[in-house]
Design a protein around this ligand. Structure first.
Ligand SMILES: [Fe+2]
Length: 119
């Protein structure tokens, strides 16, 4: 089996691992992109079970490959009663339309993806 075949997805409203991706055009060519896990159904955040990271990609219309635009690591899962919440927000600049993809990793349940269109 290929690694890509292990990537799971679904509706973030029903599946707590799926990143909810939202995009918003700001002034100029700036675009705010947010990838969040647990917006509808909370995911555990403990040393034993947590979201480790989210990577965000943008594939412009007509482009052959996606471009990695951001990478977020969530490091605190209860140490000192601190929790890193698996929400990633950033700003990129592009004149193009396309698709944002978020790929996330749960240390127990593997890889998950969500996406949103930029129009
Ligand atoms: Fe999980």
């Amino acid at each position: 089996m290929k690694l890509t075949e292990t990537v799971q997805t679904g509706d973030f409203a029903n599946e707590k691992h799926v990143p909810e991706v939202t995009v918003q055009r700001l002034d100029g060519n700036k675009v705010e992109v947010k990838a969040a896990i647990g917006t509808e159904i909370a995911h555990p955040n403990t040393l034993e079970h947590h979201i480790s990271w989210i990577k965000v990609f943008f594939q412009a219309e007509g482009a052959k490959f996606p471009v990695e635009v951001a990478s977020y690591e969530f490091k605190a899962h209860g140490e000192g009663d601190i929790l890193s919440t698996p929400i990633a927000t950033g700003v990129i600049e592009t004149e193009k339309n396309g698709t944002f993809y978020a790929l996330s990793y749960c240390n127990i349940h593997g890889l998950w993806e969500g996406s949103a269109e930029l129009n």
